[in-house]
Design a protein around this ligand. Sequence first.
Ligand SMILES: [Zn+2]
Length: 280
Amino acid sequence: MNCPNCNGTNLVCKKRVEVTKDYIKSDLMHCNDCDILFLCNPTWLINAYEESFSCDTGHVIRNNSLASKTILYFRIWQIINRTADFEKCLDLGTGIGIFPRLMRDKGYLFYGFDEFSSMSLIKPFIASDEMMSKIKIKTSFEVIEHIPSLPSFLREKVGDVNLFLFSTELRDVGKIPNLNWDYYNFEVGQHISFHSIKSLKIAFKKEGYDPDRIFSFGKSLHVLANTRKWIIAFRLARIIWKINLLFEKLQKILLNLIFKEKSLTQSDFSYSKKLIKNIR
Ligand SMILES: [Zn+2]
């Protein structure tokens, strides 16, 4: 067996785990060459996507946050370029299309693409194959942990881009998180690839991208910026995102004090997860 990320053979089984509500057995494998951690032979994916509700109560809030961050990033790039024009953009693995819809609501020409979803919110703005190869600004959020091979995804879907903004939560290099790490989400069985910055950069390098052009904001949001202006804009955006985070926290505290507003996202997630565990 070869590593799906680097094609190496230096693989070690770290744990035998049970995934989906049907307790399908799989090996959690680690590649000593590139550091990817992955679930072996994911034959259960059709079952894993059968249930449309995967207790992801934070889906809307995360899309809102990603859209605000992306818009700020784009605006900074526009200021640097002294232009208000913006080219077409594509969101890969768009799901029902919340993110590109939010971007279009702000006037950005976003299209969606997803082989496994109805894309109901972004219809009829679906990218054709021809359009996909021409668009130079692409995004892909919460997709990489769902796909067995990042190099194939980069080759077939991302291609030649000026900017690729994406998310996936990274492990520390060389570390195997405990089995209680929420991100494994074995009960649902949709997450199958767990990258570190090392495995991520190796995949990009393998497909001919310059890994030194990958930058991150925290552990989850990353960018491949292929032009100097996109890199500068990202560095500036990162500073403003950090300041905004502080303001958001302050706003939450104030709203809780004045109106007793407290988000139900996390408690709803815990409740839903308990229900799924009971079904198992
Ligand atoms: Zn590998």
